[in-house]
Design a protein around this ligand. Structure first.
Ligand SMILES: C[S@@+](CC[C@H](N)C(=O)[O-])C[C@H]1O[C@@H](n2cnc3c(N)ncnc32)[C@H](O)[C@@H]1O
Length: 376
């Protein structure tokens, strides 16, 4: 875990963090949006942000540490204060006296004795984790699925890595984009004069990167507001697109075989970006993976219908389940046996099916899968 932001925090920083955590859990609010809309006192914003993201990620492990010492379940705000205290005690380098006394001070007067008693016990406990999913703080299904798909040790390394805050990287044009996404855009490799379709383009990270080449890039997204974001981001980064369309990639409003290259940066379970989206692990459901795999299959099928003979289809996702990566590649092998997989000759990527995969622990980036095919 990263060290606690230094400097004294005002008394209510932990109380503010607990209120924001309440909203994330009770209202299902997104952690990043809750933080962005809160008017945080400047001197405490680093600590509050660290506590909100960290406690959201580690919620399950923290509850395990706490639950050994509470008989009656506390109300949500008190629970969040206990989690904040336990997080500082076991996952940040906060000295025990400070973690306990400052969290007790943030509690309503009538709960202070209880918070104090529980945190003193939590401070002394040597954690005994019943399972790796509890220790790493993920839902059972998610840990089990990644263990089955990647093997235990790679899965645990990925899950461990995504408990760290993900680094923020910016492109030379100032657009904030994860490094692995930038590598995907490089591998799309548009050639001068080509007509390229980005079929799932919102909010425009890859489309704006591709539009910097001398190809004509058409961007589509089935949600109108996501398509509008692509146009706004193109204006912001100063690139011009060959069109932005709100359209369902499964029923594309384009002539068959009218593109030289089609990128399907498909909607996915996002299990490779859990370091960046602190609350997502509690939001994604097991059935989402299967449903998204069906959608991904339909999108890649449509992409083959849009690319010219000899053109290139690129499939990418920011996840690492077998169903959304290698199984999609197997489907392409069955449905388009004559399409040639293009080798990804780049040591940053691990071969995966006939495509390539990056895991979060490889380069401290999001996880990403890419496969590239040349149509017959
Ligand atoms: C992984 S995101 C794309 C990220 C984008 N390429 C970038 O680099 O910024 C997937 C996108 O697919 C869109 N989407 C979902 N279903 C779709 C469909 N049936 N047709 C087209 N786009 C779809 C979502 O709205 C979302 O914006």
């Amino acid at each position: 875990m990263s060290p606690s932001p230094s400097g004294p925090a005002s008394k209510n920083a932990r109380a503010v963090a607990a209120q924001l955590l309440d909203r994330i859990e009770r209202d299902g609010a997104f952690a990043n949006l809750v933080l962005a809309s809160a008017d945080l006192p400047e001197r405490d914003s680093g600590l509050i942000t660290e506590l909100v993201y960290g406690v959201t990620r580690m919620r399950r492990a923290l509850d395990h540490l706490i639950d050994g010492f509470v008989s009656d379940p506390p109300d949500l705000t008190t629970r969040n204060l206990l989690r904040i205290g336990a997080y500082q005690l076991h996952m940040l380098d906060t000295p025990a006296y400070a973690a306990v006394s400052e969290t007790v001070d943030a509690a309503p007067r009538r709960h202070r004795g209880f918070v104090n008693a529980v945190l003193r016990r939590v401070a002394d406990v040597e954690p005994a984790w019943p399972t790796d999913a509890v220790r790493l703080s993920y839902p059972d299904w998610m840990a089990e699925r990644l263990e089955a798909d990647l093997g235990r040790s790679e899965a645990h390394a990925a899950l461990e890595q995504m408990n760290q805050p993900a680094p923020v990287t910016s492109r030379p044009d100032g657009y904030v984009q994860d490094q692995a996404s930038q590598w995907v855009a490089e591998l799309v490799d548009p050639q001068p004069g080509e007509r390229v379709l980005d079929m799932c383009a919102g909010p425009g990270g890859k489309a704006t990167a591709l539009a910097g080449s001398s190809a004509t890039v058409v961007a589509a997204d089935h949600r109108q507001h996501r398509a509008s974001l692509v146009a706004a981001n193109a204006a912001k980064t100063g690139v011009s697109l060959g069109g932005v369309v709100a359209a369902d990639g499964r029923h594309p409003p384009f002539s068959p075989h009218s593109f030289d290259r089609v990128l399907v940066d498909a909607p996915c379970s996002g299990l490779g970006v859990l370091g960046r989206r602190a609350d997502a692990r509690w939001r994604v459901k097991p059935d989402d993976v299967e449903e998204l795999a069906l959608l991904q299959a339909e999108l890649i099928r449509a992409a083959f219908g849009l690319v010219r003979p000899g053109g290139v289809v690129i499939y990418s996702v920011c996840t690492m389940t077998q169903a959304e990566t290698a199984a999609i590649d197997e489907l392409v092998a069955q449905e388009h046996p004559e399409a040639k997989p293009a080798p990804i000759n780049d040591p940053r990527w691990r071969p995966h099916g006939r495509g390539a995969l990056i895991l979060p622990q490889d380069h401290n980036t999001d996880a990403m899968f890419i496969a590239k095919y040349q149509a017959p």
